[in-house]
Design a protein around this ligand. Structure first.
Ligand code: SIN
Ligand code: FE2
Length: 219
């Protein structure tokens, strides 16, 4: 796994992009073999906790991304709003545990003494995207959000902690890691689009993103 953790802004092809402290991008964090191991683990999670279509608060409008979770808590959204809960909204079963390979990635990347409590699994099929948002449903913003990507490359966008601030975009490929810590922990971010055919990892195409989070202050 990658030994050094470059700071975003360097090597992203955007020399004029303002630096955002606490944003770390680690291209190629997972090699192909590790990507395949992680994908196998994610497929086991999905077998126990099927992907479902989340809905936006109030409107109930379906999102284009399909989701599931692993961990003690899982993030979800429906008409009642954004929240964490210990069970799958469709099956009612507890979320499966976070696979070891993800716990290892957290230990290596998060720089935080306690383990992740939630891992959101996002699946982007053709045309799926995610609008700019902040991850702010957690009590604990001291812990970073650690993100790993598998499958097709996406165009990831990140801004500042206000919706109006400047944004920049860069590609995230299969195996890349992103850490949103420090000032970047509450940065607006999203996925403009997924570029079909850029990876052969997922036989069905598309992109999987995994985000590891601390949720509560207490264990
Ligand atoms: C997210 O913000 O939940 C997902 C980000 C990504 O897909 O890279
Ligand atoms: Fe997010």
């Amino acid at each position: 796994m990658a030994a050094s953790l470059p700071t975003a802004g360097s090597g992203l092809g955007l020399p004029d992009a303002p630096a955002l402290a606490g944003l770390r991008v680690v291209p190629g964090y997972l090699d192909r073999e590790a990507q395949e191991r992680l994908l196998a683990a994610v497929r086991e999670v999905i077998a126990q906790a099927p992907l479902y279509t989340p809905r936006m608060p109030r409107s109930g409008q379906p999102m284009s991304v399909r989701m599931t979770n692993c961990g003690a808590l899982g993030w979800m959204t429906d008409e009642q709003g954004y929240r964490y809960q210990p069970t799958h909204p469709v099956t009612g079963a507890p979320w499966p545990p976070i696979p070891g390979i993800l716990m290892e990635a957290w230990a290596e990347l998060a720089g935080y003494p306690r383990p992740p409590q939630a891992c959101l699994v996002n699946f982007y099929g053709p045309g799926a995207r995610m609008g700019l948002h902040q991850d702010r449903d957690e009590e604990d913003f001291d812990a970073p959000v650690v993100s790993l990507s598998l499958g097709d490359t996406c165009l990831f966008r990140i801004g500042r902690t206000t919706r109006q601030g400047p944004t920049r975009s860069f590609r995230l490929a299969s195996g890349d890691a992103v850490v949103l810590g420090g000032a970047a922990r509450l940065a607006f971010h999203g996925v403009d689009r997924v570029i079909s055919g850029t990876s052969l990892l997922l036989a069905e195409g598309g992109r999987i993103n995994l985000t590891l989070r601390r949720v509560t202050r207490a264990d």
